[in-house]
Design a protein around this ligand. Sequence first.
Ligand SMILES: Cc1cc2nc3c(=O)[nH]c(=O)nc-3n(C[C@H](O)[C@H](O)[C@H](O)COP(=O)(O)OP(=O)(O)OC[C@H]3O[C@@H](n4cnc5c(N)ncnc54)[C@H](O)[C@@H]3O)c2cc1C
Length: 146
Amino acid sequence: MTLLTLGQGMDLDAGERERVNEHGIKVVHEPVVGIGIEDGRLARLRTEGGEEHRFEVLYSALGLKLRAELALGLGAEHDGTGALVVDEHNRTTVPGLYASGGVVRGLDQVVVAMGHGAIAATDIHNRCELPTEEEVDGAERKAGAA
Ligand SMILES: Cc1cc2nc3c(=O)[nH]c(=O)nc-3n(C[C@H](O)[C@H](O)[C@H](O)COP(=O)(O)OP(=O)(O)OC[C@H]3O[C@@H](n4cnc5c(N)ncnc54)[C@H](O)[C@@H]3O)c2cc1C
């Protein structure tokens, strides 16, 4: 097993270092500068010093970098973590601007992001001013508009 820190420092205490050694875990501190694909899968990693590493399985550590600059630029409020503040309909504090997924505080999972999207879409639909065909005068007004 190899731990790649991707060029970041690892502040291991004495006990952790001992466990790493005990289990024969190699720690590579150099940044990864190249990847090699074989048979459609990631097979090799090359580190800055030119060394190549081959693994059967690679697991990327979890982490999240919020990229909400677009919404923040429009004036949306965020909390102390940088996540956008939304109400129960996923409306941000800017009228007409909705947010879903990783930029919203909560459990960072794909299904949660999809759920946020569905909640926002339903609210947008419900607030839509144009009537649908099923609504009173909907088809008539649409025909008139055409
Ligand atoms: C290593 C890792 C493993 C994970 N494993 C799982 C898992 O097993 N199961 C699970 O459910 N979830 C997992 N997650 C979490 C999951 O990936 C996220 O919850 C999900 O991707 C959030 O979806 P999203 O659409 O909100 O954001 P993203 O998938 O991050 O998509 C946002 C997109 O917007 C783009 N973007 C940002 N700003 C701008 C801009 N200004 N202009 C244009 N484009 C922009 C970004 O480039 C990105 O493509 C994992 C996350 C990580 C990092």
